[in-house]
Write a protein that binds this ligand. Structure first.
Ligand SMILES: [Zn+2]
Length: 129
């Protein structure tokens, strides 16, 4: 539990609103402040000082990113192979590069969404079971 977060009421927004705000890389609480101070490093909200910097999303963002990118790349790869049969060297160049680009593009936004979800659920990633 985030001790400071108990003073931030979640009654005025839904979990989907918190996730959407996070997906935009903005504060899940106020929707205005920035919660990243780099590519993936979280920080406290620059607007309302919500302690989002303490939230550790761990493996969820990479898992969701791999899931999403896989569901984009694999169908594209199969469609292109079925219809155009491009040369192997071309496929070995394009698909890994496209996978890397999509992964690095989606990851920070998906991490924002994961932080938004965790914020709403009052989790910070170090809970013990
Ligand atoms: Zn905020």
């Amino acid at each position: 539990m985030i001790s400071e977060s108990t003073t931030y009421s979640r009654d005025t927004y839904t979990v989907l609103a918190a996730i959407k705000r996070g997906l935009k890389r903005t504060c899940p609480h106020c929707g205005n402040g920035r919660i990243f101070k780099g590519y993936l490093k979280t920080s406290d909200c620059s607007n309302c000082a919500a302690p989002t910097g303490a939230i550790r999303a761990d493996d969820l963002p990479p898992y969701l990113t791999i899931f999403l990118v896989g569901h984009i790349i694999i169908p594209l790869l199969l469609i292109v192979e079925t219809h155009y049969h491009p040369a192997l060297w071309l496929q070995m160049s394009v698909w890994p590069a496209l996978t890397l680009i999509l992964t690095l593009t989606f990851l920070p936004f998906i991490k924002g969404g994961a932080v938004g979800l965790m914020w709403y659920l009052k989790l910070n990633g170090d809970e013990q079971h």
